[in-house]
Design a binder for this molecule. Structure first.
Ligand SMILES: CSC[C@H]1O[C@H](OP(=O)(O)O)[C@H](O)[C@@H]1O
Ligand SMILES: Nc1ncnc2[nH]cnc12
Length: 335
């Protein structure tokens, strides 16, 4: 069964189904160019290093002024269920093809820049999260609408530095248009295994160690719903790059505040694996919906296009040549 074969590509913590060499070989067998627009990307996180059930048609190695992305970008073809369309979707594995990149090492600037350079204007980002609220049970999905930043300033978090200053609005850190579509898709799967929480505040901690019990309780007192180590700076950089960004969180544990067992990697991976089919059905539904003609402008992030020009504080003649070169790469023809 093809689907069963594909399932084996979901990361396994203790049993390696496919060796690093085999995976690399499979990836290099794909063409390294792709003609045509790729407006949508999926970023896979822990336990989701590939998107099962989709046809891989290319594997792109993109180099950016901010370095190499976490992994080659796989181009997938998705056959929509509601119309005859085949849409191209980019997939990037946040922690690398073999989960070798720690949360604080994720080259988020390169990831977002590389995706933008191939035409991506909307990102659905997956994340395994700890639950900070009783009602968000392991394996539930949460579509967050707010973020509390508990990273420690060790991750590069902006494209605007070294001679060019810009400030972008971030009051609503996720894209409400994409979120609406994602929520509708999640609800359409309810009763069929998917439990969805429409909103929530995600705390982004530095890691890689999990929180102390005192911290976990403090985040609860602050109103945190879930916790991870990766929504930032990804969401901030997407906003700077004029990309519509929404995270889909899958709860994998109750962190360490709850009376049940404290979070472990085994627990996270076990729940990710057990819920892999729901994650696949969720992303399929979202891609079907985003491919609908009525969502073309949304997916192209027309509502964000050009906005960055209003955020730049430094007059263009004063820009440092190095900064200008990098920003010209990110925004060809803008400045
Ligand atoms: C392995 S548990 C901690 C790890 O899981 C989450 O990863 P991601 O957001 O990429 O799914 C969390 O952010 C941590 O990086
Ligand atoms: N408890 C937790 N804390 C931080 N990141 C996580 N990812 C999954 N569970 C987590």
């Amino acid at each position: 069964m093809p689907w069963l074969r594909q399932l084996s590509s979901i990361s396994k913590p203790f049993r390696r189904i496919e060796s690093a060499k085999q995976l690399a070989k499979r990836m290099t067998a794909l063409p390294n160019t792709y003609e045509g627009p790729v407006p949508i990307a999926v970023i896979g996180g822990t336990g989701l290093r590939e998107l099962p059930g989709f046809t891989q048609v290319a594997s792109l190695s993109v180099s950016t002024p901010w370095g190499e992305p976490s992994s080659p970008i796989t181009i997938l073809h998705h056959q929509c269920r509601h119309n005859a369309k085949t849409v191209a979707v980019a997939f990037l594995s946040r922690h690398g093809a073999h989960h070798q990149i720690a949360p604080h090492e994720v080259p988020a600037r390169a990831n977002i820049a590389a995706l933008r350079s191939i035409g991506v204007r909307s990102i659905i980002a997956f994340s395994a999260v700890g639950s900070l609220q009783e009602e968000i049970k392991p394996r539930d999905f949460v579509i967050p609408d707010q973020i509390i930043d508990r990273t420690k300033g060790v991750r590069p978090w902006t494209y605007f530095e070294g001679g060019v200053v810009a400030h972008v609005p971030f009051g609503d850190p996720f894209d409400e248009g994409i979120a609406k579509v994602v929520r509708e898709c999640g609800h359409s799967l309810e009763g069929d295994g998917v439990i969805l929480h429409d909103r929530g505040t995600i705390v982004c901690m530095e890691g890689p160690q999990f929180s102390t019990r005192a911290e976990s309780n403090m985040y609860r007192a602050w109103g945190g719903s879930v916790i991870n180590m990766s929504v930032l700076p990804e969401a901030k950089l997407a906003r700077e790059a004029e990309i519509a960004y929404q995270m889909i969180c899958m709860s994998t544990d109750y962190d360490c505040w709850h009376s049940s067992a404290d979070v472990t990697v085994e627990m996270v991976m076990g729940n990710m694996k057990a819920n892999a089919d729901n994650a696949r059905r969720f992303v399929t539904a979202v891609l079907d919906a985003l491919a609908a003609d009525e969502n073309t402008d949304l997916v192209q992030a027309k509502h964000l296009a050009g906005g960055i020009k209003f955020g730049v504080s430094t007059p263009q003649p004063e820009w440092s040549p190095e900064a200008k070169k990098k920003l010209d790469w990110l925004f060809p023809g803008y400045f």
